[in-house]
Write a protein that binds this ligand. Structure first.
Ligand code: F6P
Length: 523
């Protein structure tokens, strides 16, 4: 059964939220914390090794109550059940949405088109394990008998961003293999990577669900031609594998069918790192770490599926985002991990979030009369503090921000970590509580030049009252990373349900592709 089609703005809860928004005009985070010192305990959820403190938001208990009422008015619970049980909720493409099944350890059968998909999922996982072990151990030899030293993932969008982000994020856990990612059609991208490679010791993983994507196929052909300069067609089997659902096209490319890792149409590109698209992750950090990543995601799935909405991390994050997007009319949200390992998280989430919820037609086929997908962007702390945070603190725009932190550092440089986390907390405090004119006057009271003080004060005032979420894990591990990514995936889902849009198609990327092809024909 598809999801219900309910225009959220017609619900009782929406109307109540509009009225509540007016009540909240004078809300001050500073006052709220003064009046309720344990506010962060009241607005926090802990789960496993994760705690989410959402107390620094422009909310009261009533806000959360009404937002949950909105979720209930659009039958979110029923939608979640449909999502996990394989209903055709991607209606425009007539597909189930089951990336969650890829990390589900349950033995219960799960049917898609009358077929239990569990055995197939397990079979592919086994294939990933066996293949990764052979490459990592060196049992797999290249065409001249040498071990593989480099892996190149050739893909774009979901076939690149997820694995690239995770391989970078889990560098601490990586083995001796060097992993490269080629995505852009820009020949300079592939040229720079080829300069670093030895064809005798490189494995190429071509990742494309459709195996028709212009960028990937062009890059794959360029690489094949480069490879064949020093090897024969027969050697391709030792150096090229593919991850795809288009078996015919793979065959035409010349890849040995034994070297094909299948994908399924019930896994969307931007949610596919849990499938064989994650092969380069498993190669880089080993299958056990890859499996821990999946297990972490499964933990978040179970939390999302089974927790009451007021204790449900993805639901609360999604509702807060709706609160700002649809009532405060904010335009964007910042994703700010305080770890250099998550440098690629923002670009990854840009695809996941903006390709999913950047839609303006609702599930009834009507153009929406309310805002949908937010713009997301970000960078890592503390680098971004020296870049764009000026605007977040003192600019004219309200930018709700997710601060992602880790209690323990991986390399154990405790001096660095203490400073990093002091900055993590200081930024959120500065955003929430600001610095008033009175505070500044006190601070500058011994300054000799009173007129200079008065002139400078307006520029030094921080109005505060700017929202943030503190998303804090114990440690960056494959498991906690799995939790983090699944958390955002479910936030996307909840928002799509409430906005009454189809989150799992991406027709908006097609026109540009078509026009580029037409222009190419004219060249
Ligand atoms: O950009 C559109 C898109 O279809 C994405 O959704 C997908 O991740 C990407 O292209 C790559 O597609 P494929 O895996 O089929 O090459």
């Amino acid at each position: 059964m598809p999801l219900q089609n309910i225009n959220p703005t017609t619900t009782d809860a929406w109307k109540k939220l509009e009225a509540h928004f007016l009540e909240m005009q004078s809300f001050s985070l500073k006052k709220a914390f003064e009046m309720t010192p344990d506010r962060n305990e009241r607005f926090s959820i802990s789960f496993n090794d994760l705690s989410v403190d959402f107390s620094k938001n422009r909310i009261e208990q009533k806000t959360i109550r009404l937002l949950i009422e909105l979720a209930n008015n659009v039958n979110l619970k029923e939608a979640i059940d449909k999502y996990f049980s394989g209903d055709i909720i991607n209606v425009t493409e007539q597909r189930a949405v089951l990336h969650t099944a890829l990390r589900d350890n349950s033995e219960d059968p799960l049917f898609v088109d009358g077929k239990d998909i569990r055995p197939e999922v397990k079979k592919v996982l086994r294939k990933i394990r066996v293949f990764s072990n052979k490459i990592i151990s060196g049992d797999w030899k290249g065409c001249t008998g040498k071990k593989i030293t480099d892996v190149v993932n050739i893909g774009i969008g979901g076939s690149d961003l997820g694995p690239d982000m995770i391989v970078e994020a889990l560098q601490f856990y990586k083995n001796h293999l060097t992993t490269h990612f080629v995505s852009n059609i820009d020949g300079d991208h592939i040229s720079e990577i080829l300069k670093k490679l030895d064809p005798e010791t490189t494995l190429f993983v071509i990742v494309s669900k459709t195996f028709t994507t212009q960028e990937t196929i062009t890059n794959a052909n360029t690489i094949k031609n480069w490879f064949l300069k020093s090897a024969s067609q027969f050697d391709i089997a030792k150096h090229f594998v593919a991850v795809s659902s288009n078996l015919e096209a793979i065959d035409a490319f010349g890849i040995d069918p034994k070297n094909v890792f299948p994908m399924w149409n019930w896994v969307g590109g931007r949610f596919s790192l849990w499938s064989a698209v994650g092969l380069s992750i498993s190669l880089s950090v080993g299958f056990d770490n890859y499996k821990s990543l999946l297990n972490g995601a499964e933990k978040m799935d179970l939390h999302f599926k089974n927790s009451d909405f007021d204790q449900n991390i993805p639901v609360i994050l999604a509702l807060l985002s709706i609160w700002y997007n649809n009532f405060y009319n904010i335009e964007s949200e910042a994703i700010l991990p305080y770890t250099q390992y998550l440098t690629k998280l923002a670009p990854y989430l840009q695809q996941a979030i903006m390709e999913s919820n950047g839609k303006s037609v609702d599930r009834n086929g009507n153009v929406v009369n309310y805002q949908t997908g937010t713009i997301v962007w970000g960078s890592t702390g503390t680098n971004m503090q020296h870049a764009f945070m000026q605007l977040v603190h003192q600019g004219t725009k309200l930018i709700p921000s997710d601060f992602i932190g880790y209690k323990t550092s991986l390399h154990g440089l405790s001096d660095h970590h203490q400073k990093l986390m002091a900055n993590y907390n200081a930024q959120m405090d500065a955003l929430a509580f600001g610095k008033s004119k009175e505070d500044l006057l006190l601070e500058l009271r011994f300054s000799e030049d009173a007129s200079t003080v008065n002139t400078i004060i307006p520029y030094k005032v921080f109005e505060g009252n700017r929202p943030s979420n503190a998303i804090l894990f114990e440690k960056l591990t494959p498991e906690s990373l799995g939790e983090l990514i699944a958390m955002y995936e479910h936030k996307i889902f909840v928002q799509g349900v409430i906005w009454n849009i189809f989150s799992f198609d991406q027709f908006g990327v097609e026109l540009g592709k078509e026009l580029a092809k037409k222009l190419l024909k004219k060249v």
